[in-house]
Design a protein around this ligand. Structure first.
Ligand code: IFM
Length: 410
C-alpha cells in the first residue's frame, strides 16, 4: 500500500509515444531497412507492429486508456521515397492518421525525424552531406503545409545526440562510423537543421494565419552521477553532461528556436574515469550490479531521482518542459507500473519546486522494434504478439489510464 496521493494540474498532457519505423512495418525505402538487409540482422524490422494498417484500432485503444495526447512520427522515406518526389498518397495517409487522433479528442505531437533517413539521402552522405539541411527542410515544408491545420506540437528531430553517438561515434547504427569529430559535426548539422525547420514551421503557420505552433526537439537527457568525488570523476561527469545533455539545448536557446523543452529520460551512467585519455575521460563507467540497483531488461539502471535532478536543472531556462519519452523495457509488468509511479512522483516533486512540466508521455504505447536490439525488449503499455499482431493491454496500462483520467497518482 502506498501512502501518498498526488494531483497533477487539470490541463496536463498524458499519453504515450511511438515512432513510425518502430511500429509501422515495411519501411523499405529507409536507410535502416537497407542496413538490416545488407548486414543480415538476426531480427530485421519486417512488419513491425503493422501499425501502418492498424492505427485506427490502436487509437481506439489509447482512447479507452484515457490518453489525451499521443506522439508519433512521420517516416520521411515514405513521404519522399526518391529525391524530390513527394508521395501524395503517403502524405494523405499521415493526414488521415492525425485526423483519426483529432476525432478522438487526442492531441497529436508530431516528430519529423526519428533516427531513420530515406535511402537516397543516406546514399548522398546523409547528415554529412553539405546540403543535408536543404533536403530536410524541403521535406519539412511539404509535411507541415498539409498537417498544419491539425497539429500544434512539432518535434523536429528526435534525440540528435543519441543519433550522432550511435551512428557516428559508437558505430552501432547505420552508417556505422566511429569518429568523435564526425559525431560532433553531425550533431551540429542536426542542430542547424532544427533551427531552419523551426523558422519554416513558424512561417507556414503565420502565412496561414494559424495560432503559433509549439516547436522543439526531443533531447535525451542522461544522468551522469560520479562513482566517487575524485577530480577526474567530477570533471568527467561535468564534461559528459555538457556534451550530451546541455550543449545542444544551450545552442538552440541562444537562437531562440525552442518553444518548449522536449525531454526524453531513461537512465544514468555512473562515471568512473580511469585515465585522462579522451576515450576514457568521456566513456569510462562503473558497471553497476543488479544487486545495487534495479535495471531494465537491457541492463540500464532505473534511476528516477535523475529525472527530478534534471527537471530542476532545466527549470532555469523558463520554458515549459514536456516529457516526451520515459519508459522501461521489462518482462515483469509490475516493474513497469513501479517505474511509471516512481518517475511520475519525481515529475510531481519537480513541479512542486517550480519546474514547469506540462505533460508526460510514456514510451512506448506498443511493444516495438527496439533498433539494433530487435524485438526482445518490451517497452509497451500494450503487449504485441508479433505472429498474430494481437494487442493485449497490460495491467500497468490500466493503472496508468486511471492517472490519465483523474490526474491523480496513488
Ligand atoms: O526506442 C527508443 C526510441 O526510439 C528513442 N528513445 C529511446 C527509446 C528506447 O531506447
Amino acid at each position: 500500500m502506498n501512502n501518498f496521493e498526488i494531483t497533477f494540474p487539470k490541463r496536463f498532457l498524458w499519453g504515450a509515444g511511438t515512432s513510425a519505423y518502430q511500429v509501422e512495418g515495411n519501411n523499405a525505402n529507409s536507410d535502416w531497412w537497407d542496413w538490416e538487409t545488407t548486414t543480415k540482422r538476426p531480427e530485421p524490422s519486417g512488419l513491425a507492429c503493422r501499425h501502418y494498417e492498424l492505427y485506427d484500432s490502436d487509437f481506439d485503444l489509447i482512447q479507452s486508456l484515457h490518453h489525451n495526447c499521443h506522439r508519433l512520427s512521420i517516416e520521411w522515406s515514405r513521404v519522399e521515397p526518391e529525391e524530390g518526389y513527394f508521395s501524395d498518397h503517403e502524405i494523405r495517409h499521415y493526414e488521415d492518421v492525425i485526423k483519426a487522433l483529432k476525432r478522438r479528442g487526442i492531441e497529436p505531437v508530431v516528430t519529423l525525424h526519428h533516427f531513420t533517413n530515406p535511402l537516397w539521402f543516406a546514399r548522398l552522405g546523409g547528415w554529412e552531406n553539405k546540403d543535408a539541411r536543404k533536403y530536410y527542410s524541403r521535406y519539412v515544408e511539404q509535411i507541415v503545409d498539409v498537417l498544419s491545420p491539425h497539429v500544434r506540437f512539432w518535434v523536429t528531430i528526435n534525440e540528435p545526440m543519441v543519433y550522432a553517438y550511435y551512428s557516428y561515434l559508437a558505430g552501432l547504427w547505420p552508417p556505422q562510423k566511429k569518429s568523435f569529430g564526425l559525431a560532433m559535426k553531425v550533431a551540429d548539422t542536426l542542430a542547424l537543421a532544427h533551427i531552419d525547420a523551426y523558422g519554416r514551421i513558424h512561417a507556414i503557420y503565420k502565412r496561414k494565419n494559424f495560432p503559433a505552433p509549439l516547436v522543439s526537439i526531443a533531447q535525451n537527457i542522461r544522468s551522469f552521477v560520479r562513482k566517487n568525488a575524485s577530480f577526474k570523476n567530477q570533471a568527467g561527469a561535468f564534461a559528459r553532461d555538457y556534451l550530451f545533455n546541455q550543449r545542444l539545448i544551450k545552442n538552440l536557446l541562444h537562437t531562440k528556436s525552442l518553444d518548449f523543452l522536449g525531454v526524453n529520460y531513461y537512465t544514468r551512467d555512473v562515471v568512473d574515469v580511469r585515465s585522462w585519455s579522451p576515450a576514457s575521460f568521456l566513456s569510462d563507467v562503473h558497471k553497476t550490479d543488479p544487486a545495487e540497483i534495479k535495471k531494465n531488461s537491457l541492463g540500464w539502471d532505473v534511476y528516477p531521482e535523475g529525472l527530478l535532478d534534471n527537471l530542476l536543472h532545466l527549470k532555469k531556462y523558463q520554458l515549459p518542459i514536456f516529457i516526451l519519452e520515459n519508459g522501461i523495457c521489462t518482462h515483469d509488468d509490475n516493474e513497469r507500473w513501479e517505474f511509471i509511479q516512481a518517475h511520475l512522483k519525481c515529475v510531481h516533486d519537480a513541479m512542486k519546486k517550480g519546474a514547469p512540466v506540462m505533460g508526460y508521455l510514456y514510451w512506448s504505447l506498443l511493444d516495438n522494434y527496439e533498433w539494433a536490439d530487435g524485438y526482445a525488449p518490451r517497452f509497451g503499455l500494450v503487449d504485441v504478439d508479433y505472429t498474430t499482431f494481437k494487442r493485449t493491454v497490460r495491467d500497468s496500462a490500466k493503472k496508468y489510464a486511471q492517472v490519465c483520467k483523474s490526474g491523480i497518482l496513488k
